[in-house]
Design a protein around this ligand. Structure first.
Ligand code: ZN
Length: 198
């Protein structure tokens, strides 16, 4: 994390408890130093707005010319709507219809327009790739792809194009037997475990 923006974004994520640092057991069974609780951002619109303001500044600077912000349901809808409002653009979202990503509603002005895709967190790029496919079907050109957090630290390209992020963070996941935090006997936390009574 070298850019000045990264520090501000990191601080905003931490303030809203959307990014936790420690020793976490992921759903994959692997262990990690970082855990994103992205629902905290949606739950706290004032904190989300501060982060979206930084994203909007970046989009304005880098990609001024487009018509729509498009986000995949559900978490990114709040982010995309807020960004579109501030950018003075229209907004549309894709959603899963029987597992497949699609534009379900009757978005009237989308065909042939130019879109910026906005997603919350980039992990593998799979969802964004699916959004790109949906846009192609509607003849929409992709002007830019933005995420709040890139967990791959810039290593994923979508059709040869970079994904721009506010925060690029290489999140390493360790097998328990190779976990450096286990070695130091740091207590392991399983996020969300407290709401599920076994
Ligand atoms: Zn561990």
């Amino acid at each position: 994390m070298t850019e000045a923006t990264d520090d501000r974004v990191l601080a905003l994520f931490k303030e809203s408890d959307a990014l936790l640092q420690g020793h976490f057991k992921l759903t994959s069974g692997k262990h990690s130093e970082w855990y994103f609780e992205k629902i905290r951002l949606i739950e706290n619109p004032a904190a989300l707005e501060k982060i979206v303001d930084l994203l909007v500044e970046k989009v304005r600077r880098e990609t001024p010319d487009f018509d729509y912000v498009v986000s995949p349901a559900y978490g990114a809808i709040a982010i995309g709507t807020l960004a579109a409002l501030k950018l003075g653009k229209r907004f549309a979202f894709t959603q899963r219809v029987e597992e497949k990503m699609a534009f379900r509603s009757g978005w009237s002005g989308l065909d042939g327009s130019r879109a910026v895709i906005i997603e919350d967190i980039l992990t593998t790029g799979g969802s964004i790739q699916e959004v790109v496919a949906c846009l192609k079907e509607r003849g929409v050109s992709v002007a830019g792809i933005y995420v709040l957090v890139d967990r791959t630290a810039g290593s994923v390209l979508i059709e040869g194009r970079p994904v721009r992020s506010l925060l690029a963070l290489k999140v390493e996941a360790f097998e328990p037997e190779a976990c450096p935090f286990c070695v130091h006997n740091i207590p392991l936390v399983k996020p969300g475990a407290s709401d599920k009574k076994a």
